[in-house]
Design a protein around this ligand. Sequence first.
Ligand code: SAM
Length: 448
Amino acid sequence: MVDPAREAALDTLIAVRERDAYANLVLPGLLRQRRISGRDAGLATELAYGSARARGLLDAVLDACVDRPLSQVDGLLLDALRLGTYQLLRTRIPVHAAVDSTVDLVRARQGSGPAGFVNAVLRRVAEQDEAAWVAQLAPDEQADPVGHLALRSAHPRWIAQAFAEALGSKGEPLAAALAADDARPAVHLTARPGEVSADELAAMTGGEPAPYSPYGVRLDAGAGDPGELDPVREKLAAVQDEGSQLCALALTRVPPTDGEGERWLDLCAGPGGKATLLGALVGLSGGTLDAVEKAPHRAELVRRATEGLPVTVHVGDGRDPGLAESSYDRVLVDAPCTGLGALRRRPEARWRRQPSDLPELTRLQRELLASALRLVRPGGVVGYVVCSPHLSETVGVVSDAVRRGLAEPLDTREFFPGVPDLGAGPHVQLWPHLHGTDGMFCALLRRP
Ligand SMILES: C[S@@+](CC[C@H](N)C(=O)[O-])C[C@H]1O[C@@H](n2cnc3c(N)ncnc32)[C@H](O)[C@@H]1O
């Protein structure tokens, strides 16, 4: 007997490994196709996302329990072992159920020999709990705090190191940041300005008005597929992290805020979350938004999301979009980045990203920011935003533009009213453990 929830979780892990698929795109499709719902769907989600997220920790434990290098273990068996180990170490599922259900899955796919191997390895894993395994396998907490916390929170070391540098801490703040990044996040919605208030949207969805964004609503972490909610389907609301809302709003709050008929530009618009919020707001004061996106299919998503708003979508490269220079009042650069600030929303992303991704991304980020600073009028404002706390994508990119005399930094904290713990400025770094948002970075810059 194979348990359908666990089988869906295993097939998700296989797709992530074999096809570089995204767990949060694969699993919902499998659940629909196989008509798995309710508690079974909840279990499949917990096991698939949890195992994908914790992969490094699970592999470290498995490495200690398997008598050959993990690279020599058959891929499907390794995925099954990860699934079983996750259940043993990070859920309250009883040992016999975690082991037997995994062995059943392997027997059905590969026969009794491999099933026996998986049984033996999982019995070894089950000899200790997670804390004991971490104590055995992690670097010493005093000698190497970052390495210790990285294993304990199932993060690659380079990412834990990047968080430590952005926080200026290897202690409690880093532990809190990594722990929050490992937890399942709440879904956030934006109420479309001019259509519905956050209070009304909260009443319609059973959520709570968000603490900082006047348009935000937060739903419970386990609250089903938000795309199915009526207000989202009817375009009264969109799924959008509160941190993203705050960064887009900050750009609109720089004085003068009563400018009628302003021209705004979103230089990296796909799939259109911020463009929709900006388009709705600029429309209320008789202005317009141009939205540039390089990937045609993502530009199409922007077009659909902003239908009915005063938004013109252009397919093009933001570094040279063919739009008139010095002609915009406000420009948003929501640049492509490592996404290290949104790892909690993308289970496998932390193991897929590599430090070698950074040089190409930071070059692109610098070029996009320089382009934005040409397109904005002198005295106009550019918002540089990335969903990452990595210093080379944040402060590094902005300091370069300031040093070259292209931009003057504003105290961005002033435009995040009511948001606590914004540090020494002038830029803003949001964090899951401090703000309950993704780890968004925002720098507001004025063109001299
Ligand atoms: C972080 S996402 C933007 C998210 C978007 N602002 C939102 O809120 O929904 C970055 C986007 O930039 C696009 N992009 C990548 N390179 C680009 C370029 N050279 N010019 C314009 N857009 C680019 C990517 O395809 C991606 O859609």
